[in-house]
Each structure stands twice: as C-alpha cells, then as structure tokens.
Design a binder for this molecule. Structure first.
Ligand code: IPM
Ligand code: MN
Length: 369
C-alpha cells in the first residue's frame, strides 16, 4: 500500500479543532488497513508568526513542497490585526498557493438533503444542489504587480492593485473546468466582467476560442460575474460548473457556501499542474470557512468542511475514490440521522460539539462496514 505524505497545517482559531477531527479519520482508515499515511505537522498564519515572526517558516514551506498533500485549517484573528502586512496570517496561505503553483481551486457546493431547511433560502431552491466553482487561484488581483500604497505629492495616498491575466493562465483553468464538466452535467458557465474589465474581455475571447477548438461537446455559457451572484441566490440549480478568476471566485464561492446551509459545510481542493514525469500534482485541501475566532476553542465549530476536504484529498491526491465516497457517505448518514453542530441546527434544537460530530462520522464510517 502506498504511503501518503500528509502535512497538517491547522493554523489559527477553529483550525486546530477541526483538523483534530480529521486526525481521527486518518487513524480510522489506517486501523482498517485502508490507507497508510505519514503525518507531519507545521504552523501557518498567526500561529507561525508567534513562533517564527513570519506567516509560514521556510522549514514548513519545504515540508509542503515534499508532501503529497497539505491539509490546511484556517488562519487569522484579531490577535494579529497589527502585524506587518507581509507577515499577516493570510500571507502564509497565499505563499503556499503561489509557491506550490496551486492554480486550480475546486469548490463544490452540495446541499445534503437533510440540510435543505438549514439554508436561508427556500428548501426547493437548494434541495439537491450540486454545483462546482472552479476558481483561478494564483493570478489576478491577488498577485498582480504593482500592488502598493503610494504617497502623492500633495500628501494624499493612492492604493493600487493590479488585475492581470495571460491567455495561458485563462486556458489552463478553463481546461480544468471543461474536463470536470465532462464528468458531471457537461455545462460550464464562465463568469467575468467583460463589460468593464480588459481582463474580462480577454477571458471571454480566450474561453470562447478554446471551447470551439477543444471542448465543443461541453455546453458553454458566459455570465457577468455580478449577474452570476444574483442567479446563485435566485435559482442556483441552473449551474453545473462555474469558472472564474481569483477574486470573483472568492466572492461567488462564499455565496455558494451559504446555499448549502452553512459556511461550515464547504470543502475545497487547490491543485497544481500534473508533473509529466510522476503524474502527481501538488495539492492543498482546505475548508472554505475562515478561522472564526469568536467561537474558537469552544467546541462549537462544524468540522464537516474540514473532513470533506480530507475526502477530496483521498479522491484527488491519493487515488482513493472509494474511500472518499465512503467518507462522504458517512457525512451524509450522520446528517441524515439528525446530528447537527450549532451552525446547522434548527433554532433551539440540540447541537453536538466539534468532537462529537467527528466521533459520529467515525462511527458512521464503521457502520458502513
Ligand atoms: C479563501 C479566503 C482567502 C482568500 C483569504 C484567507 C486570503 O477567503 O480561501 O476564500 O481570499 O482567498
Ligand atoms: Mn474567501
């Protein structure tokens, strides 16, 4: 059995609590002889700043480069509000994405039947929802230069961020979207703002030509990103795969997350290009939610997004699709049985703790035989 190198970077806030639940699941798979993992642990975000005065140390970056997959919790919190900008907690995550070349961020939004009533939208709008946001992750306004605040002659200041995309960057993310659409309902919605932005014009031209050349069998539609946000809350089931740039993907995936009932439900995978020599790709898996400092350490956090992120690692990094199905099935079973953390419980209903939810999922794995 292949041994998988997994680096855990729990980070800040609720990160360590939810990552702890994944550790139980890893042990369970090992005990059953269903996988062999060597776990390393590192620091990222505020936790790394406290220890090393930077958002991720060189040593931990090296471990990330060597790992088959990185499991990332969450970063940030009020404690680090005043650290120098280049060392702020988020810088650790952005460096991991950039240095590992993780250009493809997959954010599936699936509404479990048992949770249709937990969404703030009407149950019929979200029931059975299964969409995938494919977000470009290493370009755009997140990384474009110049990125600065300059002082002008009159003493006032000017902030600059730069949105830039090359055809190569657009084609490689759209290829991921088209390929994944072929394994689903065969439809790609490309979201940009070509009515305002040059990068949007280029994005639309590039994806149109690529579609005509390589992916005629897939349905392609273009949607303005603001309209896409509106359509996501109006009738999200019209979508299958949505592909977009880094910033629109950040925003649209938060909207999509809430459709599923809670931010605590959404996993994500960030993948690099396949290495032609080994067939492997660098990968990082993380929940879409943040560090939620207000509830950290209280046992209130929902570990499902984190556990679902590990399921994605099983599928995309470890070639263990069946184990992934089984883990996702166990999550559905637990929800079906009515087990809820506070974020997805009906007002006034009983809620379990982070640890209890983790234990319930291990039990459900067990029960699946
Ligand atoms: C996300 C987060 C990050 C982002 C932050 C923490 C830098 O919001 O993964 O969606 O903006 O990409
Ligand atoms: Mn975000």
């Amino acid at each position: 059995m292949a041994n998988h190198k997994l680096l855990l970077l729990p980070g800040d806030g609720i990160g360590p609590e939810v990552t702890g639940q994944v550790e139980k699941i890893v042990s369970w798979f090992e005990k059953q002889g269903l996988g062999s993992f060597s776990l390393e642990r590192g620091l990222v975000g505020g936790a790394a700043y406290d220890a090393h005065k930077q958002a991720i140390s060189e040593g931990d970056m090296k471990l990330a480069q060597e790992a088959d997959a990185v499991l990332f919790g969450a970063v940030g919190g009020p404690k680090w509000a005043d650290v120098p900008y280049q060392h702020r907690p988020e810088a650790g995550l952005l460096r991991l994405r950039k240095d590992l070349g993780l250009f493809a961020n997959l954010r599936p939004a699936i509404c479990y039947p048992a949770l249709a009533s937990a969404s703030s939208l009407k149950p019929e709008v979200v029931e059975g929802l299964d969409i995938l946001i494919v977000r470009e992750l290493t370009g755009g306004v997140y990384f474009g230069e110049p990125k600065e605040i300059v002082t002008l002659e009159d003493g006032s200041k000017r902030g600059v961020d730069t949105q830039l995309y090359t055809t190569g960057e657009i084609e490689r993310i759209c290829a991921v979207a088209f390929e994944l659409a072929r394994t689903r309902r065969n439809k790609v919605s490309s979201a940009e703002k070509h009515n305002v932005m040059k990068t949007g014009v280029l994005w639309k031209q590039t994806v149109t030509a690529q579609h005509a050349r390589d992916y005629k069998d897939v349905e392609l539609e273009h949607v303005l990103a603001d309209n896409c946000a509106m359509q996501l809350v109006r009738w999200p089931k019209q979508y299958d795969v949505i592909v977009c740039d880094n910033l629109f993907g950040d925003i649209l995936s938060d909207v999509a997350a809430m459709l599923t009932g809670s931010l605590g439900m959404l996993p994500s995978a960030s993948l690099g290009a396949e290495d032609p020599a080994t067939g492997k790709r660098k990968a990082l898996y993380e929940p879409v939610h943040g560090s939620a400092p207000d509830i950290a350490g209280k046992g209130l956090a929902n570990p499902i997004a984190m556990i679902g992120s590990f399921a994605m690692a099983l599928r995309y990094s470890f070639g263990a699709g069946e184990a992934a199905d089984r883990l996702e099935g166990a999550i559905a079973d637990v929800l079906g049985a009515g087990t809820r953390t506070k974020d997805i419980a009906a007002p006034g209903a009983n809620a379990v703790s982070t640890t209890e939810m983790g234990d319930a999922i291990v039990k459900a794995l067990e029960a699946r035989g």
